[in-house]
Design a protein around this ligand. Structure first.
Ligand code: ADP
Ligand code: ASP
Ligand code: MG
Length: 428
């Protein structure tokens, strides 16, 4: 099936097919892989044909990335040979799981991305899936095998191995579910669902039983790393129900986790469902920019041409005909490149001064109920003001308010907002 801006559910739904994905911690050692096999066998016992996708063992991808940097002389993540290295972690776990299943009498076989013809574009290090022919997978499932697919990888048009960006096995899983028309995509990880905020930061975080694709998409895109953003986008585009649940217990003790599904299928809609911190942000301010038509276009075109993504733009009003100040946020990773481009173009852009600030963090308040309820922005600002936290930039969407604050206040802000919106005790 071709993945692109496609309509909902191209593949016929197959109620007996389930996709299960196991992340790095879940396959972190031999004992855990044995437990993964028990989860797979339990799904088989329920009558499902099972397609599994796995990540590399935890820590493995980081180790491989480190080696590419040491021997490649820096960040080489756009090089096809980077992908040749980092895709190998998933090859190992797919093979090990298939071997173990067979040792337990369960027919299984492993597939690497290229063996399935899982096609991607040529953006090495951050490739997008373009096509998944389902024939080989269906043949394997129909032959009674568990098809174990190495996550995170595919094959690019240049006939080289490609990888899907960090956390990309989530995207493999949802794309496989879409291509197969699976009844659901179950994402097994080291937490038992999606929480109102990262449970490792705020101990009073509560688990959601259900979230809409839109909410999860906003959560993932502002930094809740529990799912790769693109996996949620694919789930939404193809109508694949996604469930996030824990792999750390035995199948019979595993709770239902969090179901991510269409808005209309969610019974209890809260106004605010999550408060998500996002670090790794930076801010650039241009001071004394001539207040003339076309100046913003020049600045942002320059950055777009350099491949730098911009968020949260603020322009201070200038007195007619005088100068304005402009600031925007971007990923810390892109800061030096953006500063270099803007410095080189100083004469053309005509600003007086350029200031970079890495000491910032974004905190986002998210909830589908914002579509119909007012007052969330006012309450967000009030809670922060009560704690003397200054808001530097603001951006909003229909279901999200993000504020940029000094990084040192991130935890305080998240805790305060989480509490103020009643999430510490929410049950939904
Ligand atoms: P995997 O290796 O299984 O892909 P990840 O480490 O990518 O797992 O994602 C799981 C982690 O996501 C959790 O351990 C948790 O710390 C983090 N996380 C961040 N935000 C949230 C959230 N809102 N709900 C649940 N987990 C979250
Ligand atoms: N192993 C890859 C990573 O760590 C992909 C994944 O785990 O989803 O980013
Ligand atoms: Mg992950």
């Amino acid at each position: 099936m071709t993945l692109g801006s496609a309509p909902l559910r191209l593949a016929p739904t197959r109620d007996d097919v389930l996709v299960m994905k196991f992340g790095g911690t879940s396959v972190g050692d031999a004992e855990r892989i044995e437990r993964v096999a028990r989860h797979v066998m339990a799904a088989k016992m329920k009558g499902f044909k099972v397609c599994v996708t796995v990540s590399a063992m935890s820590g493995e991808t980081n180790k491989l990335v480190g080696l590419t940097e040491t021997l490649g002389g820096g960040d080489v993540s756009r090089d096809a040979d980077y992908d040749a290295v980092v895709a190998s972690g998933e090859q190992v776990t797919a093979g090990l799981l298939a071997l173990h299943l067979k040792s337990k009498g369960v027919p299984a076989r492993s597939f690497q991305g290229w063996q399935l013809g899982l096609e991607t574009d040529e953006s090495h290090g951050a490739a997008k899936i373009t096509n998944i022919p389902e024939d080989k997978l269906l043949a394997s499932l129909d032959a009674g095998e568990v098809a174990v697919v190495a996550g995170f990888q595919g094959i690019a048009p240049n006939n080289r191995i490609s990888t899907l960006g960090r956390g990309g096995s989530d995207t493999t899983a949802v794309a496989l579910a879409a291509a197969l028309g699976a009844v659901r995509c179950d994402i097994y990880t080291d937490v038992d669902g999606v929480y109102t905020t990262d449970p490792r930061i705020v101990s009073t975080a509560t688990r959601r039983k259900a979230l809409s694709y839109e909410e999860m998409l906003e959560m993932a895109s502002v930094g809740a790393k529990v799912l790769q953003t693109r996996s949620v986008g694919l789930g939404m585009a193809y109508g694949v129900p996604i469930r996030v649940l824990s792999s750390l217990g035995e199948p019979e003790d595993t709770d239902e986790g969090t179901l991510i599904t269409a808005e209309e299928d969610i019974m209890e809609q809260e106004v605010v469902t999550a408060v998500i911190p996002s670090t790794g942000e930076a801010k650039i301010s241009l001071l004394g920019v001539p207040d003339k038509p076309g100046r913003s276009a020049l600045i942002f075109q320059l950055l777009a041409d350099a491949g730098v993504n911009i968020d949260m733009i603020v322009q201070s009003p200038a007195r007619a005909g005088s100068e304005a100040n402009m600031s925007f946020t971007l990923s810390e990773r892109d800061l030096s490149l953006a500063m270099e481009k803007l410095t080189l173009a100083k004469a053309e852009l005509g600003y007086d001064d350029l200031v970079a600030n890495q000491n910032v963090a974004k905190v986002s308040v998210i909830g589908i109920g914002m579509k119909t309820h007012t007052g969330v922005a006012a309450k967000t600002f009030e809670v922060l003001a009560d704690r003397q936290i200054n808001i530097e930039n603001i951006s909003t969407s229909e279901i999200k308010i993000s504020v940029l604050i000094a990084a040192e206040y991130t935890e305080l802000a998240v805790r305060a907002l989480h509490e103020a919106f009643g999430l510490s005790t929410a049950k939904a």
